[in-house]
Design a protein around this ligand. Structure first.
Ligand code: SF4
Length: 238
């Protein structure tokens, strides 16, 4: 089946985003966002709250910038060797045209293969983590693209992490930076700590990998609810 128009994506390198640093970043159309995302719209989505990110996302979602999935994957393959790539700063993974709650496995694995020459490649998803989507994430990770399961529940995140699925979790702003829940360690994104100079480009140290790109990590990465919709996002945390 042909990829849908929702598969439109835009690549930017080097990024001017202060949080990521000068790595390669991308967004996918708002139409990729699954109905399973509890933060969608005004419920706490940070991409909707950030003025510049939302303007860019609006234009991409309306088809006024970006490219088809096939062209986008070629652009990723042409990135210089050794750079880092954060996929889906806004938007989600490409949905299977036959099932809107299933990640398009073939397309994601094509993208993963196109990242093999990069130093690190990672992304996030709010797709439901049933067996099919978990299998897709494992296969993408084996090919070099680590897709983190995005959650707002400590218990869900801990369960996924125990099953070997890298997870991230949005928490209320007053949550501790490091703690354990149900036997799993939770560690705050270093860029979110007060006074931090860390960006994704420097996360993990000079020789390490950014935390979100570590496929075999033993901990959940946490993000405090922040921005204009922090209160809405915090209401979904458990
Ligand atoms: S944990 Fe590291 S890689 Fe992940 S968002 Fe924070 S700075 Fe970026």
């Amino acid at each position: 089946m042909a990829p849908a128009e929702s598969h439109r994506a835009a690549l930017s390198f080097p990024s001017g985003n202060a949080k990521t640093g000068p790595i390669a970043v991308s967004s996918t159309s708002r139409l990729t966002c699954p109905s399973s995302c509890s933060l969608a719209g005004d419920q706490g989505c940070y991409a909707e709250a950030g003025f510049r990110t939302r303007l860019h996302w609006d234009r991409l979602s309306a088809g006024r910038l970006g490219s088809t999935a096939a062209a986008f994957i070629q652009q990723v393959a042409a990135l210089p060797a050794g750079v880092m790539f954060r996929h889906c700063v806004a938007g989600d993974q490409w949905p299977d045209p036959a099932d809107p709650l299933r990640i398009d496995q073939a397309l994601l694995l094509k993208l993963a293969r196109a990242t093999r020459h990069l130093r690190a490649a990672w992304s996030y998803t709010h797709f439901p983590m049933g067996p099919a989507n978990q299998a897709t994430l494992r296969q993408a990770s084996e090919r070099g693209l680590v897709v983190n399961a995005s959650t707002e529940s400590r218990s869900v995140a801990a369960g996924l992490q125990r099953q070997g699925i890298p997870a991230v979790c949005v928490l209320p702003p007053d949550a501790p930076a490091v703690f354990r829940h149900e036997g799993v360690r939770f560690v705050a994104c270093p860029a979110t700590r007060p006074g931090s100079q860390v960006q994704c480009s420097s996360c993990g140290g000079r020789w390490g990998l950014p935390l979100c790109a570590q496929a075999g990590r033993s901990f959940v990465v946490t993000f405090p609810a922040h921005g204009a919709r922090a209160a809405a996002a915090a209401r979904h945390c458990s």
